[in-house]
Design a binder for this molecule. Structure first.
Ligand code: AMP
Length: 215
């Protein structure tokens, strides 16, 4: 299994880019944020446990996330190209995945975006409540306000995309990111990209890195 992890603050574009890679490079995209939102929606045990953390912009405990990611990776074919988006978020998570004999993170790619840009992206973000397609009130509004162009679902503003919670999420991210990036830098499995560019340019940059790395 080729395993790439995308690191970067909330709103840095990891999810958008991972989705594009599923179309261009046949990768399997696993987003822990989406896994948790879907568990919360369907009311599973993990969903109940996660809600208090997610809505407040806190990290869900490491042991819960480590088990959830392990379970999600186990059934995948051994020749799969997997992109993890939103995991690992702590040093414990990074160490946990490397401790598992079956999996090894080959490459970590970190997205760099200034904080003022992240805040504008996150607070204006809307998601379709049915198909999870992302929109932005200014940068990519739907044709009809509040309605998804694709499935006609209602657009929602995530509780954790409100301004207070966004500020807290960015603080949580900053606290963890140095030791997390150092972990991969020290193991020579680290690349950084400028995430404050057009999605097309970032996609080109990302594709080049993956093609060179997994040649
Ligand atoms: P995201 O959609 O990646 O921004 O994640 C939304 C929320 O889910 C985060 O603010 C956390 O509360 C939770 N979450 C997602 N991934 C993780 C993780 N790897 N570790 C802990 N909490 C996570």
């Amino acid at each position: 299994m080729d395993l790439t992890v995308l690191l970067g603050a909330p709103g840095s574009g990891k999810g958008t880019q991972a989705k594009r890679l599923t179309e261009s490079h046949r990768v399997i995209h696993l987003s822990t944020g989406e896994m948790l939102r879907s568990a919360m929606k369907s009311g599973t045990k993990v969903g109940h446990l996660a809600r208090a953390y997610v809505d407040r912009g806190e990290l869900v405990p490491d042991d819960v996330m480590n088990d959830a990611v392990h379970e999600a990776l186990l059934p995948l074919p051994s020749d799969a190209n997997v992109v993890l988006d939103g995991y690992p978020r702590t040093l414990d998570q990074a160490q946990s995945i490397d401790k598992k004999k079956e999996f090894r993170v080959d490459l970590a790619i970190s997205f760099k975006v200034p904080n003022d840009v992240l805040i504008e992206r996150l607070t204006g973000r809307r998601l379709c409540g049915s198909c999870a397609k992302p929109y932005h009130v200014k940068f990519s509004p739907p044709k009809q306000e509040g309605i998804c162009d694709d499935c006609r679902g209602t657009l929602v503003h995530r509780i954790d995309d409100s301004e207070n919670v966004v500020n807290h999420r960015l603080q949580v991210f900053e606290k963890q990111q140095e030791e997390l990036t150092n972990y991969y830098k020290n193991r020579n499995r680290f690349e950084e990209i400028d995430g404050n560019r057009s999605p097309d340019l970032i996609h080109q940059n990302l594709s080049k890195i993956l093609e060179e790395w997994f040649r």
